[in-house]
Design a protein around this ligand. Structure first.
Ligand code: SF4
Length: 272
C-alpha cells in the first residue's frame, strides 16, 4: 500500500494534476421541467428518480458536489409543495416504460429536509408497489422528526466521507449546528432503528481522504455504523471546487479492500 500513501499528497499540493479521469455525466431521461426521470443506477438498476426539492437545500456544502454551491444551508424542514405534480409524473412514466426496480428520492440537495416525507413515501409505495430509496447526506439524522420520516423508506443511503471533524469540515463544510460528533451519533442512532437496507456512500478525493490512513479510519467508523453495504465513488467531473480531485478506479478498488465483513461496490461518480 506504499503507493497509496505516496499519492496522498496533501490538500494544497494538487495544482498540477489533470482532470482526465473524471467520470462522464450520468444519463437521465425525462420531460423538460419534470421532477421525475428514468435513470439507470449502477446500484439500484432501472429506477425512476425524483428530485424532491425545486432548488438545492442541504446542511452541507461539499467540495465535490456536482450541483453547485449550497446557497441555502439549512437544517429546517420544508414541506414538499410539488407532491401532486410528482405523483402525476410518476404515473405517466410508469405507463410508458418498463417498471423500475426502485423509485429513488434524491436532490436537489438533501431530500431529508422535506417535511412529510413519510406520507409522501407511503403514497408512492401504495400507488406503485415499488420499493423507495432515499438518498441523503445524513446531516439531519440527529433530528428525531427526520428519523421518523425516513423510517418509511425501504432503502436509505447516507454519506460518510470523513473519519474525523477536521476532514468533515474540509470536505462537507456543514452548517454550524451539525458538528461531526452530532452527525455521526445521529447516523448511528438512525441506523439502529432503521429496519430497511442502509447504504453508506463514500466519496474519496485524491490527496484529501483517499489516503490509506484515512480510509482505514473510515473503515473503522463503518464497522461502528454497521451498514448493509458500502458504495465507494469519487468526484464528479464538475465539482464545486477544482481541488476536489478524483481517484482512479483501480485505487478505489484497492481502498474497497480495507472494508471487511461488509459488501462494497465501487461505482463511477454519481451513477448511484
Ligand atoms: S450532501 Fe450532497 S447535495 Fe449536499 S452539498 Fe454534499 S454532495 Fe451536494
Amino acid at each position: 500500500m506504499k503507493h497509496l500513501m505516496a499519492s496522498g499528497i496533501g490538500f494544497l499540493g494538487l495544482s498540477g494534476k489533470t482532470l482526465s479521469h473524471r467520470a462522464p455525466e450520468p444519463k437521465t431521461e425525462g420531460r423538460k421541467n419534470s421532477h421525475c426521470y428514468r435513470r439507470q443506477s449502477s446500484v439500484f438498476g432501472r429506477t425512476i428518480e425524483i428530485a424532491a426539492l425545486p432548488s438545492k437545500i442541504c446542511p452541507f456544502d461539499c467540495i465535490y458536489c456536482s450541483q453547485g454551491r449550497t446557497l441555502n444551508r439549512s437544517v429546517d424542514l420544508t414541506y414538499i409543495t410539488i407532491q401532486k405534480n410528482i405523483i402525476h409524473e410518476i404515473k405517466s412514466l410508469l405507463s410508458e416504460c418498463p417498471a423500475p426496480e426502485y423509485i429513488v428520492i434524491s436532490g436537489k440537495g438533501d431530500p431529508a429536509v422535506c417535511a412529510g416525507m413519510a406520507s409522501f413515501i407511503g403514497t408512492v409505495k401504495s400507488i406503485t408497489g415499488i420499493p423507495v430509496v432515499v438518498i441523503s447526506c445524513g446531516g439531519l439524522f440527529w433530528k428525531s422528526n427526520v428519523q421518523k420520516e425516513l423510517l418509511a423508506a425501504d432503502v436509505v443511503v447516507a454519506s460518510l466521507d470523513a473519519p474525523d471533524k477536521t476532514l468533515f469540515q474540509c470536505i462537507n463544510r456543514p452548517i454550524g449546528v451539525v458538528p461531526f460528533a452530532r452527525f455521526l451519533s445521529g447516523m448511528m442512532e438512525f441506523r439502529s432503528s432503521f429496519k430497511g437496507e442502509f447504504i453508506l456512500r463514500m466519496t474519496l478525493l485524491d490527496g484529501i481522504n483517499a489516503i490509506e490512513a484515512e480510509v482505514k479510519k473510515l473503515a473503522g467508523l463503518a464497522t461502528r455504523v454497521s451498514p448493509s453495504k458500502i458504495v465507494i465513488q469519487t468526484a464528479h467531473k464538475t465539482p464545486v471546487e477544482d481541488f476536489a480531485f478524483p481517484v482512479e478506479r483501480t485505487r478505489l478498488e484497492c481502498f474497497a479492500g480495507f472494508f471487511k465483513d461488509v459488501q462494497t461496490q465501487v461505482i463511477e461518480a454519481h451513477t448511484l
